[in-house]
Design a protein around this ligand. Structure first.
Ligand code: XIL
Length: 357
């Protein structure tokens, strides 16, 4: 009785193992076939052009598995949308909370994604203790130096590109007076920031990032003059970020963008498109979405045509996660994915441009 029972148990165990083995093999072959048939994500296609494809993220978004999988498939560059800004990093004088930004860095490292650090010096999103602190010029120079040194050193070797100075220009191309650092330190805050960032991480590529200076105009000329001056003075400036916040009917003309990129290339500078979105007056029609796709395609094409345009980023992943409807009410639908992560016409338009060349 006992022997028969053991024999039955062995047969049962053997057949279980065989069935399990067959099922495992089927599952493996199946997933291999699916992986091979899955269309390539944007960053994979863009590799042959040496172009990085990026987007802005917040650390909490990485907890959503769908968000994470769309991100990993399509992007090999990420920018923390807010969590590396002064206000979010430093809750009190000399105190730093890197938890949000560290989470983004860890995710990037795990998935072989590069990071654009954003941003060390800006007049927005500054901590209250700083803005209301009545600090002297000398004190503010020390505070800014410490801030840059602390943050860049913390991420040394992990952030490939830094937006060192963000949006310092006025619409007429002059250094904006409407700026905390300009008012309290003077125009030299710009070159000091680049020097200090370079000292803290000599291998990071340092960018000046600007809005509405992509095409032809006073601000674009002001940006060129600023870049030229910094380079002439030997300041460690390696690239220019064009934010590229645009909308239907008012995106930069591709030929004007190309000329602007070229004159910066002549100074030896790299170009990143850093924050692209194309806002639409809601409700967006299908026709609007195709018009939007055309604008996205034109900008990617112009970037591809330029030898020094090395990264192309959108400011967020899905329309629902975008900052646009909050800051410009009545407009929206600015990005490459619908709220449910389905790709929009703009996504396919970019894919097509990247595949053709
Ligand atoms: C925006 C973020 O998207 C918002 O979440 C935040 O409330 C304000 O800042 N130019 C920049 C970015 O350089 O840092 C800004 O990001 C958008 C404009």
């Amino acid at each position: 009785m006992q022997g028969k029972f053991t024999k039955d148990k062995n047969i049962y165990r053997k057949s279980f193992l065989i069935v399990f083995g067959i099922l495992l093999a089927i599952a493996l072959i199946g997933s291999l076939i699916t992986a091979r048939n899955l269309p390539k994500g944007l960053s994979q296609i863009a590799k042959k052009h040496n172009l990085k494809i990026g987007t802005a993220v917040s650390s909490w978004q990485l907890d959503d598995p769908q968000f994470a999988s769309v991100l990993i498939r399509n992007f090999n560059l990420i920018t923390p949308e807010n969590e590396m800004k002064f206000e979010l990093l430093s809750p009190a004088p000399g105190e730093y909370d890197f938890s949000g930004a560290d989470k983004i860095i860890a995710f990037a490292k795990k998935h072989g994604i590069s990071v654009r650090g954003h941003t060390l010096v800006w007049t927005n999103q500054l901590p209250k203790w700083l803005v209301n602190g009545n600090f002297s010029r000398d004190e503010l120079i020390i505070i800014l130096h410490n801030h840059i040194d602390t943050v860049v050193s913390h991420y040394r070797g992990q952030v490939s590109y830094w937006d060192v100075v963000n949006e310092s220009l006025a619409p007429d191309g002059s250094i904006s007076q409407d700026n905390f650092w300009m008012q309290h330190i003077g125009p030299e805050y710009i070159e000091l920031a680049f020097r200090w960032a370079h000292e803290a991480d000599p291998n990071a590529l340092l960018f000046y990032n600007e809005a509405n200076a992509e095409g032809k105009g006073l601000k674009a000329d002001g940006l060129f003059m600023l870049a030229n001056m910094l380079i002439t003075q030997g300041i460690p400036l390696h690239g220019i970020g064009f934010e590229m916040h645009t909308g239907l009917g008012w995106s930069p003309k591709p030929d004007e963008l190309a000329i602007n990129i070229q004159r910066l290339a002549d100074l030896g500078l790299e170009i990143h498109i850093t924050e692209m979105d194309v806002r639409i007056i809601e409700p967006a029609s299908l026709e609007d979405l195709y018009e939007q796709a055309k604008i996205y395609a034109e900008i990617v094409q112009t970037c591809l045509d330029a030898t020094n345009c090395t990264a192309y980023s959108t400011w967020g992943l899905t329309d629902t996660l975008s900052w646009i409807p909050h800051i410009y009410p009545g407009t929206g639908s600015p990005l490459l994915f619908y709220g449910d992560y389905t790709p929009k016409p703009a996504y396919y338009a970019i894919q097509k441009v990247l595949e053709i060349k």
